[in-house]
Write a protein that binds this ligand. Structure first.
Ligand SMILES: N[C@@H](CCC(=O)N[C@@H](CS)C(=O)NCC(=O)O)C(=O)O
Length: 219
């Protein structure tokens, strides 16, 4: 039984919930919601398990892991017997790993630097940080999205992780203009309906759709 400690509003948590896993991979699991607003991640038992006190965290037997992308890779390695979301071919897997690293170190970093000061600390938008973030979007548009998904015609954990990152700018009213970002727009729409028939994926897809609807409403 894999325990997933999570808060659904968090982008890396959504990546883990959306699929790297559990229902999609038929992993027996339970979800424990950790309310960051109430500082539940600082509870003694949680910090004892994960001294970095972040979500998502998973516990698989005695094995504890955090960092969403590592969790996605672990769950695929251990439970994705059909290798649906994490290809085994060395070069195909290297490309997924590249995309996960690009997300963590470049894309999500630039998004966080622009969004979090505004969203969490109510600071004024920073034009330079906006420019830096948009440069990453232009890079994805021009160089990464060659097929329907980032790695071709079927989704991988890199699509999951990057699509979750791409929701974050919308928290502060950023809009992906379809004329400027036609491929990203199509990709985001595809990922918003990405779900299998399982309850968890459906819940997350609902959450993502609601976020997109809220985005449209504010236009
Ligand atoms: N790089 C990490 C980020 C994890 C992270 O910073 N999680 C935030 C929520 S989005 C958190 O739990 N913050 C609580 C804290 O730092 O105490 C990942 O992808 O899992």
């Amino acid at each position: 039984m894999v325990e997933i400690f999570s808060m659904v509003v968090s982008a890396p948590c959504r990546a883990v919930l959306l699929k790297g896993t559990a229902n999609a991979l038929n992993v027996e699991h339970s979800i424990k919601n950790i309310n960051l607003m109430k500082q539940e991640q600082m509870a003694e038992d949680f910090v004892a398990m994960n001294p970095a006190h972040v979500v998502p965290t998973i516990k698989d037997g005695d094995f504890v892991l955090w960092e969403s992308r590592a969790i996605l890779q672990y769950l695929c390695n251990k439970y994705d017997k059909e290798n649906k979301f994490y290809p085994v071919d060395a070069q195909a897997r290297a490309r997924v790993d590249y995309l996960l690293n690009f997300d963590l170190g470049t894309l999500y970093k630039a998004i966080g630097e622009y969004v979090y000061p505004i969203w969490l600390y109510k600071q004024a938008p920073d034009a330079e940080k906006l420019k830096a973030m948009e440069a990453k979007f232009e890079f994805i548009e021009q160089h990464l999205l060659k097929g329907a998904y980032l790695n071709g015609d079927s989704p991988t954990i890199a699509d999951i992780s990057i699509s979750c990152s791409l929701y974050v700018p919308t928290f502060v009213g950023f809009k992906f203009c379809p004329e400027k970002y036609p491929k990203i727009t199509a990709f985001r729409e595809k990922m918003a309906t990405f779900a299998n028939n399982e309850e968890l994926s459906a819940q997350i897809a609902e959450c993502m759709k609601a976020m997109m609807a809220a985005e449209e409403k504010s236009e």
